[in-house]
Design a protein around this ligand. Structure first.
Ligand SMILES: *Cc1c(COP(=O)(O)O)cnc(C)c1O
Length: 218
């Protein structure tokens, strides 16, 4: 199957309110342009250097999503152009994003990453920490950030009922917060679990290998 065909098949299965983010990490610009030429505009990367290189080479109407863990000292490289930062997991990082956004005269959209997996290796905030951040005076003083929603990654497992429980947990938390904090985006679902994520209210699915094929590394 071609990249274009993969995109079409996936898009047919997505409800109208769900945005497909094509996760292009490790893939060359030539392949990403195949997706672009098929009409895809939202792309996700997990490394700052790689995303910035691609941003320089690709058309300017691409919407770049930083989906990986972001280090504070690298925010400055993506601040001029990033569309949405998915995996914000500390107030310190938000503070730096706010600072760099201000320098670029922008408001940067961010999602807070919530820890939902039963795995030590995954990043994210506990629900109480999310509320603490949103209620903090620091956060309220950040004029160059908009928290548009939450992001989560389920446990890497074949057990779909566990994945569903984790997604549902995040969805319930999201529903508690969304009106109060004006959130609209729930970023859950990857190649292996996006059908389950949609069932549990995803509005942003991050799909890589089902579009571009398996990655050799990462
Ligand atoms: C790589 C990655 C994805 C996409 O994974 P696939 O299984 O290839 O769809 C989604 N989200 C994040 C955070 C990733 O790092």
């Amino acid at each position: 199957m071609s990249i274009k065909q993969n995109l079409e098949t996936i898009k047919e299965s997505l409800p109208g309110n769900v945005t497909l983010i094509a996760v292009s990490k490790t893939k060359p610009v030539q392949e990403i342009m195949e997706a672009y030429d098929a009409g895809q505009r939202d792309f996700g990367e997990n490394k700052v250097q790689e995303m910035t290189d691609k941003w320089e080479q690709m058309p300017t109407d691409v919407l770049w999503h930083m989906i990986g863990h972001l280090q504070r000292n690298k925010v400055k490289y993506i601040a001029p152009y990033v569309h949405l930062i998915h995996a914000v997991d500390s107030l310190k990082l938000l503070k730096e994003i706010n600072k760099q956004a201000q320098k670029n005269n922008r408001i940067i959209n961010c999602l807070l990453q919530v820890y939902i997996a039963k795995e030590e290796t995954k990043f994210g905030l506990e629900p109480e920490e999310v509320t603490q951040i949103l209620e903090s005076d620091d956060f309220k003083s950040f004029k160059h950030i908009r928290i548009t929603g939450l992001m989560g990654m389920a446990t890497f497992t074949q057990n779909s009922s566990q994945i569903e429980r984790e997604f549902q947990f995040l969805k319930s938390f999201f529903d508690q917060l969304k009106h109060k904090y004006g959130m609209s985006a729930l970023s859950i679902g990857m190649s292996g679990d996006y059908h389950l994520a949609i069932k549990h209210g995803s509005t942003l699915v991050r799909i890589g290998s089902a579009i571009f094929g398996e990655r050799n590394y990462n």
